[in-house]
Design a protein around this ligand. Structure first.
Ligand code: GLA
Length: 383
């Protein structure tokens, strides 16, 4: 599938621009556990997947740069000298943001032409945005030999999202998409931006993603609100970030803060703990324990951190009296997107039929099911 994608982007580029491009693949990601912990300097356990974005790039002789989004058949022409984020710019702001952030680093960019397209469902919580940002920065780095390290590139991708899209995201998505390792998840320390690779054998189980196909409109504003709540408590506790807080510290200010904020921060502290437990479970081949931690994480996201929604809760709940699934939770920022499930190999078809029908009965819309493999991070495609 990936090969077909690469070929079609390459062909589109050649037919449109009449030159042979440099090609880059940048994957989306899943997250086993550790949700809303990254911007608290905490720990996450993501992996790059075998779905992603292909970017084809070459120099341009024009006095402007051109980017084509193949899947939606849209084109953006812009001058490197006058970059501004666009109202309702969608994908364009990710591109413009990355270019603007590179320029802030005093790196010389010439004009370029680029075509990108992919096979990650948009808005599914699989980080199509990080894949896009990374594909742009990586391909520009290659084309203009900018000498950026991978760490510098993911910082650029993240800033593009902060400053041009307006989401104050953490570093998990960009890191996983850039540094992913085949068949492995990355236990990432988001303060030191350092990861340990865990080769994963899910034994008799497989990862299954179920996409609610919804993205509730409050998703972005609530994301920034949650971050602000965490920062408020950080300053009350006089610490650097919630990573440094213990449950005892939090108890010491319990009567000074609303119960809702207490629960949110408690969730973050406990979720960090779960990330460690999950990595140990993987090390010990205890996939059942990993599944239990999925359920605990979802419970916290639903009731304490309050970023779930009816569709996600329904999908998780529906797995509970089904012993073919040993763990399920919402994945990513919340208010829509996918659940991640640990399902017994061989039962995928039966379960998929069951859940599709149940979801349709309840919400009168379809959910989608994906199988993914843990894969390599962003790379140059050798021609
Ligand atoms: C989004 C953000 C990440 C992270 C997750 C929640 O995917 O981009 O930085 O905060 O939400 O874990």
């Amino acid at each position: 599938m990936k090969d077909r994608l690469i070929l079609s982007i390459k062909q589109k580029f050649i037919s449109k621009f009449n030159s042979v491009p440099i090609l880059v693949f940048s994957p989306g990601r899943i997250n086993l556990i550790g949700e809303h912990t990254d911007y608290n300097d905490g720990f996450v356990f993501p992996a790059a997947i075998d779905k992603g974005i292909v970017a084809a790039i070459h120099y341009s002789d024009e006095h402007f740069s051109s980017v084509i989004a193949y899947d939606v058949n849209e084109q953006l022409d812009f001058s490197l000298e006058h970059i501004q984020s666009l109202k309702k710019g969608g994908w364009k702001n990710y591109v413009l943001g990355v270019v603007a952030e590179i320029r802030k680093k005093d790196k010389h960019l010439g004009n370029f032409k680029l075509v990108f397209g992919g096979n990650i469902p948009i808005g599914a919580g699989l980080s199509s945005s990080a894949a896009l940002e990374n594909s742009i920065v990586y391909s520009l780095n290659e084309l203009f030999q900018l000498g950026l390290t991978k760490k510098e590139m993911i910082a650029i991708s993240q800033k593009a999202e902060h400053n041009y899209v307006g989401v104050k995201c953490g570093i998990m998505d960009q890191y996983a998409s850039m540094f992913g390792v085949k068949n492995s998840a990355l236990l990432l320390d988001c303060r030191h931006i350092k990861a340990t690779n865990f080769k994963i054998d899910f034994k008799d189980y497989d990862i299954l993603l179920i996409n609610t196909n919804v993205k509730h409109s409050l998703a972005e504003s609530v994301y920034n609100e949650r971050r602000a709540t965490c920062e408020k408590i950080v300053s009350l506790l006089n610490i650097k970030s919630l990573r440094d807080a213990s449950e005892i510290d939090l108890l010491s200010i319990k009567d000074q803060i609303p119960e809702e904020d207490y629960q949110k921060v408690l969730y973050v502290i406990q979720e960090n703990q779960r990330v460690f437990e999950a990595s140990k479970a993987v090390q010990n081949n205890d996939i059942k324990l990993l599944g239990k931690l999925f359920y605990d994480s979802h419970h916290g996201l639903q009731h304490q951190y309050q970023v779930s929604c009816d569709e996600l809760d329904f999908l998780v709940e529906a797995t509970k009296d089904n012993d073919t699934i040993i763990g399920a939770r919402m994945m990513g920022s919340g208010f829509g997107g996918c659940t991640i499930n640990l399902i017994k190999k061989g039962d995928i078809l039966d379960f998929s039929n069951f859940i599709k029908e149940a979801f349709k009965n309840k919400f009168k819309t379809d959910c989608n099911i994906y199988n993914v493999n843990l894969s390599q991070g962003t790379y140059l495609i050798k021609s």
